[in-house]
Design a protein around this ligand. Structure first.
Ligand code: AKG
Ligand code: FE2
Length: 277
């Protein structure tokens, strides 16, 4: 008798993988997700409609230069004072502190920002706070140099993040990249076929991303912007922080989440400051 795991492994990589992924998402409630912002003010509607349509919305000057400077200094401070809790990702070599708002009042203000909270709640169609903010400082190093990797989906469930650049970000210092509309159900099917993406895979191989982009190069969006630029994004779509070639990039990311998803597991996964009861 054929080994059941061998069959499963074959299906994961087979032409059945894309429709099976879609079927799983439909049954998990991704299809026809409730959208309840029709009566909100115009700015709120524009932001959420843009995220829904393209996958991200860019808000320049969300913070002014002075606040960005203070926040960069805060990241430098917490990275030293909480060095033991900093994860230095061995794949991309970034300095990241998950839960930085628990050790910085200024970062906590960003974590609890009421405008962003409201957008998260509307996009998730339920109250979805950010159990933690990730403070990141990127600079080129031996681990991250000359790499063309990092494409992924955060989740195959509805998900929303806010990323604020605290340094000016050009093509050189690791801008956020997104394959436009890759969070749409239709494209989750066709992109998975085009890129031969395995069943329910959130990691996207460089050659899969290249294949999807080469079909329609205009879908590759690179978000550059001055310090203070905020990106609101549906991270169900295919995205990455691109490789930093020179300079530095400071940023803060709010990880908004469904409340049923948050829990102590986050401390094992992200680090000791990620989750507090
Ligand atoms: O920092 C970035 O540009 C994106 C990183 C990322 O993939 C994420 O926050 O989900
Ligand atoms: Fe991500």
């Amino acid at each position: 008798m054929a080994d059941a795991n061998a069959i499963k492994d074959w299906i994961k990589q087979s032409p059945f993988a894309p429709p099976l992924t879609l079927a799983r998402m439909v049954t998990a409630g991704y299809w026809n997700y409730p959208e309840k912002w029709a009566r909100e003010d115009e700015r709120t509607r524009t932001i959420l409609d843009t995220i829904k349509k393209t996958g991200f919305y860019v808000w320049p000057d969300f913070y002014d230069a002075e606040r960005c400077k203070l926040l960069r200094a805060e990241i430098d401070r917490v990275a030293v004072e909480h060095k033991d809790k900093v994860s230095c990702d061995d794949l991309i070599g970034d300095t990241r502190l998950f839960g930085a708002e628990k050790v910085s009042d200024l970062i906590n203000e960003y974590n609890k920002d009421p405008v962003l909270q409201k957008l998260s709640d509307l996009y998730h169609a339920q109250h979805a706070p950010a159990p933690f903010t990730m403070a990141a400082r990127l600079e080129p190093n031996d681990i991250n140099k000359n790499k063309d990797h990092g494409w992924h989906r955060d989740s195959l469930r509805r998900q929303f993040k806010s990323i604020i650049y605290l340094s000016d970000v050009t093509e050189e210092n690791g801008p956020y990249q997104y394959i436009a509309q890759s969070h749409h159900m239709r494209n989750i099917l066709t992109d998975s076929m085009q890129g031969k993406i395995p069943y329910m895979s959130v990691a996207i191989k460089p050659e899969s991303a290249q294949s999807i982009i080469s079909q329609n190069p205009a879908r590759l969006k690179t978000v550059t912007g001055e310090a203070g630029t905020l990106i609101l994004t549906d991270t169900t779509g295919i995205h990455r922080g691109s490789t930093i070639k020179s300079g530095m990039r400071y940023a803060l990311t709010n990880y908004y989440m469904f409340q049923d998803h948050t829990g102590a597991w986050m401390n094992d996964y992200f680090g000791p400051l990620a989750y507090r009861e």
